[in-house]
Design a protein around this ligand. Structure first.
Ligand code: TXA
Ligand code: MG
Length: 352
């Protein structure tokens, strides 16, 4: 019953998008320190959010596709523009801790402990939702994902808009996440507005956790690792993280339109390197490739995370490249989050 209503709302939003294909002209505002119009641009973007429009904005992880989280019709437009299935819930972004109380029905002291240690930052907490959160945001779940982003443009937009902002990553469903405004333009040319805050500084999506009786469990790995969180809260070893699947956690995701493979050190497989682009980490296997993007000069996993999606976009857009090869890393610490993205990005292509 719930999903039927939701599908109707999203269908209506999609039809509306189709009926006005040329009416939408994206407003793009650049935000750098020299920008004289910063204040005006921010006010304009906040006005668009208040009017129920969609604004893509930078967070420190990836760009988000934002709408007023308390306006179901505005949220429906996110699902329609992204072509996202209605069963995949959205994260709500807040700028101040006060906002948390309005969106959740229960907050225990562990939430404040986590907020104190990791917010603003790339940690999303899945918490019991309050009645104020529309069902469309949470796909009908009794819980809601909330985070306070570290990016100042993001927090300023939330404050100016006067409402929490629901935002998934600003890409078509299943495709490569955006770490630059150009990546958003490429996939979502019909978005109402883009706030260009330059390249994001973390580069992969937030860590998502859920609190359970004995501690927490991880629903999505990110730059904030299990070990980081364990320094504040115990991890429940009896809960197998892998068996817990967040509703939107599908096997294929983050995927380029070109063939992609995570290839181990041997590189012995049957590929034509003259048409291949290598996303290189160690620098050891670069010989023979048509193009190489070295994601880190210093073997720093944080840099792999920062540069990974941009490298995938660059090769996706490069006509000389037919296949993208990514160098794997050990699945510990931040390496877990990197390998999660790479495995999902190559998933569709492994099957052929
Ligand atoms: O860093 C990020 O988290 C970025 C930026 C824009 O904040 N956002 C992001 O959103 O990655 P999205 O929609 O691409 O991924 C959010 C994931 C989805 O896969 C969804 O399944 C999960 O969060 N999620 C959201 N609410 C949830 C809930 N109540 N329970 C379990 N999983 C949830
Ligand atoms: Mg996403």
């Amino acid at each position: 019953m719930y999903s039927g209503i939701l599908s109707c709302v999203i269908f209506a939003a999609r039809s509306l998008n189709r009926m006005q294909p040329n009416v939408v002209r994206t407003e793009v505002f650049e935000f750098d320190n020299r920008s004289m119009d910063r204040q005006n641009n921010m006010e304009r973007a906040a006005q668009l959010i208040q009017e129920g429009k969609l604004v893509a904005f930078p967070t420190e992880t990836v760009y988000g596709l934002g709408a007023n989280a308390l306006d179901p019709m505005a949220v429906a437009k996110i699902f329609a523009l992204k072509e996202r299935p209605s069963f995949d819930p959205l994260i709500i972004h807040i700028a101040d801790l006060e906002d948390l109380k309005k969106l959740t029905s229960e907050i225990d002291e562990r939430v404040y402990l986590l907020a104190e240690n990791f917010w603003p930052g790339s940690l999303t907490l899945v918490l019991p939702k309050s009645n104020r959160v529309p069902d469309i945001v949470t796909s009908g779940l009794p819980t809601v994902g909330i985070r306070m982003p570290a990016n100042e443009i993001a927090r300023e937009l939330i404050r100016k808009s006067g409402c929490p902002i629901a935002a998934p990553s600003a890409n078509k469903f299943g495709r490569i996440s955006p770490t630059k405004a150009d990546h958003v333009k490429k996939q979502l040319p019909d978005v109402d507005c883009i706030l260009d805050g330059g390249k994001t500084t973390v580069g992969i999506e937030s860590t998502i956790i859920e609190l359970i009786e004995k501690g927490f469990r991880i629903l999505r790995n990110g730059i904030i690792t299990k070990e980081d969180i364990e320094s504040v809260l115990p991890f429940d070893e009896t809960e197998k993280t892998e068996s817990i699947v967040a509703p939107g956690m599908v096997k294929s995701h983050y995927s380029p339109v070109k063939k992609m493979m995570v290839a181990d050190e041997s590189f012995r497989m049957d590929i034509d390197k003259s048409k291949a682009g290598l996303i290189s980490f160690s620098g050891k296997y670069e010989t023979g490739f048509q193009k190489v993007i070295r994601v880190s000069e210093t073997n720093d996993l944080k840099e792999y995370a920062v540069n990974m999606f941009e490298a995938m976009h660059t090769f996706e857009d490069d006509i000389e490249i037919d296949i993208i090869i990514a160098e794997p890393v050990a699945e510990t610490g931040i390496g877990k989050a990197i390998m999660d993205r790479l495995r999902k990005a190559e998933y569709n292509w492994r099957k052929d």
